[in-house]
Design a protein around this ligand. Structure first.
Ligand code: ZN
Ligand code: ZN
Ligand code: FE
Length: 765
């Protein structure tokens, strides 16, 4: 009989701690009549199990196929052991060893907890901090490792006997659920006035009453404060806009259910899946024609950004009370989202009428993630809460690297072994508040991953705050990475590509090897280096940064190529706005090259088109002109492309779009419909790019194309390009795990640094 018994050892790596993995193994062992034990280790979970071989096989299979919802197994090693005659199965105390386990992202409420939340007989009925091993906050409350209650912001709360019993019971859903709490022992809600005085009565009821009255509430969420107002109350929404000094940028919405969302927005299957996923991102959805949402929520925009409740508190606020709430980041424009109570109080006091807050601290600041669906996959516009700190598997592992990103949409990346961990969205690194946030994020990520980088990678731009930050890290060699090379590497890395690829990198701004502003780039390269095989032709950027805020300047720059000083005779609304003195100044700037750096930017090309077509001459938030141009184009039919010119200069393909702007302008003046022209503009850019790719393939033999850069947040252009390139036999790769914009840049910087043994600036030309 004895020879029938076998014993195996399973070493499991991944997100397997703090997600109910050990009780799951315990139950599985009982089901298959196995003896042995399970315990946490520094690397993950270690199991030894013995019993009949057929039962062991079933057990091993179920470990992967039935793992708890939040678990992610990234490695499983099995080895045979000598049977020890154990018949009982035990959960042992954690062993030592280096801490290499992975932390779970913050997670939405699980169905079991949700049922208890609304069950009047449950002891956690209406308790906003309900959670279990299958759900609840993680990354945002963890202060150190190992992931244990003392290293979370739940440390000050001592569990009551009832909670403690659950915590110690392997059969409970709350076995070792570190944030476990109940009304008797856990955090509590507080409703205060803007001045900080308590509002009498039940805080939740009081908050709902204020929201019903159209008041603006600061609500403490997972990774920071939101500003909430009833989305059906136009006056309230307009007041929020006024107080936040935010003119046009759309506000995000939160609705209680998918059904509620489908009353005001169109939701397809993929979008529904993303909305209801445990990550709870904001999903960009097309508006329904007639809807009850206040017009000021998303003016001049065909889309709403919508999410489902992400915490028990959100469910309690929304269910049965509102069909939707505005839930916008609790920040002052350009500053990071407020997440500490005193800071929120100070910064939001002039905006919020009242504060719905609580006494569980947020340790890591996290914005909401924002995605749109592209060809059945998420396309990240912002990757943050719910996704961080999930790792990206790298094609190989070399040194541990810290990469600090660029300037806009900053995020940092830390690599450990064969995984890269991209941080949450930090914001635009233009002030000391965001720089401080970057530093906090680096510290938090380093502590959680328990890794010391050997190299720091940064953007080639000498003036970015992130570049200076990298330079201040003592004793670490720094590596400057060209911006668009990093974009290419980012897309290649998340797709697991190695070897030479063509990179079509379209974005707004990136410091070029020649010191100009690049942005419409065709690279051929890999992680080690690149060659600039093609580019949009250089045009002047009249006024530098002013041209970014005022797209009409780029229209003038492009039209000047064709019409010279006569451009002002063109009957275009965007030109009519420019006064006589300013016209003279702009012409002198263009003709003499004063304060007009050269750029090959694709973002600025879209700005020019948006201005010419009368979409937007000045913007109030980044990317606005291109976003509105895309929305207009979606209403137009895809007609004939406009003409463009490709010419070879020093082995490099150069694309000139002056003929496009001439043709588009003349058709517009002749009465052509704006939507159709906007659509044909998109078609033309895609065709021009594919034409250049063909040319590059002939010269280099490379057949794989990676699309990256902020312009690829544009779904219409992405679709057009993917289809066109695929039809020409290219293998096309896009972003699905990290944003195509600068939010995903640090991943590329990190991989390039990993592949580069000697720390010196990448320069192959
Ligand atoms: Zn739960
Ligand atoms: Zn309790
Ligand atoms: Fe970029």
């Amino acid at each position: 009989m004895v020879c029938d018994i076998k014993r195996i050892r399973l070493e499991i790596e991944g997100i397997v701690q703090g997600v109910g993995f050990r009780p799951f193994v315990y139950r599985l062992a009982a089901r298959h009549c196995l003896g042995g034990w399970v315990r946490n280790t520094g690397r993950g979970v270690l199991i030894e199990a013995e019993g009949k071989p057929e039962n062991l096989a079933l057990f091993r299979e179920a470990i992967s196929s039935e793992a708890p919802p939040l678990a992610v197994i990234t490695g499983l090693r099995c080895s045979e052991q000598v049977p020890a005659g154990e018949t009982g199965f035990a959960i042992l105390a954690s062993g030592g060893g280096e801490s290499r386990a992975m932390i779970s992202p913050d997670c939405d409420v699980c169905p079991d907890c949700l049922a208890e939340l609304f069950d009047p007989t449950d002891r956690r009925y209406r308790y906003p901090f309900i959670n279990c091993t299958n759900c609840g906050p993680r990354y945002s409350i963890i202060t150190g490792i190992p992931y244990d209650r003392p290293f979370t912001t739940m440390a000050p709360f001592a569990m009551c006997p009832a909670c403690r019993a659950e915590y110690d019971d392997p059969a409970s859903r709350r076995f070792h659920a570190q944030p476990n709490a109940c009304p008797a022992c856990g955090p509590h809600l507080r409703l205060t006035t803007a001045a900080g005085d308590d509002v009498a009565g039940d805080p939740l009821d009081g908050a709902i009453r204020l929201l019903r009255e159209g008041r603006i509430l600061a609500v403490k969420g997972v990774g920071g404060y939101h500003l909430a107002v009833d989305a059906g109350n136009e006056e309230g929404v307009r007041e929020l806009r006024r107080r936040k000094q935010r003119d046009e940028k759309p506000f995000a919405l939160m609705a209680p259910t998918l059904e509620a969302i489908s009353c005001f927005a169109l939701v397809d299957e993929t979008e529904a899946r993303l909305l209801s996923g445990t990550e709870r991102p904001i999903v960009i959805l097309r508006k329904k024609e007639a809807n009850a949402v206040a017009p000021s929520v998303a003016p001049a925009n065909g889309y709403f950004g919508v999410m489902l409740p992400a915490t028990p508190l959100h469910y309690l606020l929304l269910r049965g009370n509102f069909s939707a709430l505005v839930m916008t980041s609790g920040n002052v424009t350009d500053e990071p989202i407020a997440f500490r109570d005193d800071e929120a109080r100070n910064r939001l006091a002039g905006i919020a009428d009242a504060f719905l807050t609580h006494d569980r601290e947020i340790h890591a600041r996290l914005d909401d993630s924002v995605v749109r669906v592209f060809q059945g996959n998420p396309l990240f516009l912002r990757r943050s809460r719910g996704y961080v700190p999930r790792g990206v598997l790298l094609p190989a592992s070399q040194t541990n690297v810290l990469a600090v990103g660029a300037e806009l949409k900053a995020a940092v990346c830390l690599t450990r072994g064969n995984r890269a961990f991209l941080s949450q969205h930090i914001g635009d690194l233009k002030n000391t508040a965001t720089l401080a946030s970057l530093d906090e994020t680096v510290i938090h990520l380093q502590r959680l991953l328990d890794v010391q980088p050997a190299v720091v990678a940064h953007d080639l731009h000498p003036d970015y705050l992130s570049t200076a930050y990298a330079g201040r890290i003592a004793d670490l060699p720094a590596l400057a990475v060209q911006h668009h090379h990093a974009h290419l590497a980012s897309c290649m890395a998340e797709n697991g590509l190695d070897g030479e690829c063509i990179g079509v990198i379209f974005d707004g701004t990136g410091y070029g090897l020649d010191g100009t502003i690049w942005g419409g780039e065709f690279l051929v390269g890999d992680y080690r280096g690149f060659r600039r095989a093609g580019q949009f032709c250089y045009v002047p950027l009249p006024g530098g940064d002013a041209a970014v805020r005022e797209p009409f300047r780029m229209a003038i720059s492009w039209l000047h190529r064709t019409y010279g000083a006569k451009l002002f005779d063109l009957p275009l609304p965007c030109l009519a706005e420019v006064g006589e003195p300013e016209r003279g100044i702009l012409l002198r700037m263009l003709e003499r090259g004063i304060n007009s750096p050269s750029t090959s930017s694709c973002g600025r090309l879209f700005d020019a088109a948006a201005a010419i077509l009368g979409v937007r001459s000045r913007i109030s938030y980044e990317g606005q002109a291109a976003i509105e141009l895309e929305a207009l184009a979606e209403e137009g039919a895809p007609g004939e492309p406009f003409p463009f010119v490709v010419s070879a200069e020093d082995d490099r393909q150069v694309l000139d779009f002056a003929p496009l702007f001439k043709a588009m302008t003349e058709e517009l003046i002749a009465g052509g419909g704006r939507a159709g022209l906007a659509r044909r503009f998109h078609v033309t850019i895609a065709l021009a790019a594919a034409t250049v790719c063909d040319e590059i393939r002939t010269n280099s033999g490379a057949n794989r194309v990676a699309l990256s850069g902020g312009v690829f947040q544009n779904r219409l252009l992405s679709e057009e390009m993917v289809n066109l390139l695929a039809a020409r036999g290219f293998d096309v790769y896009t972003h699905r795990l990290v944003p195509p914009n600068d939010g995903g840049l640090a991943l590329g910087q990190a991989v390039i640094a990993e592949w580069s043994n000697a720390p010196f600036p990448q320069s192959l030309r």
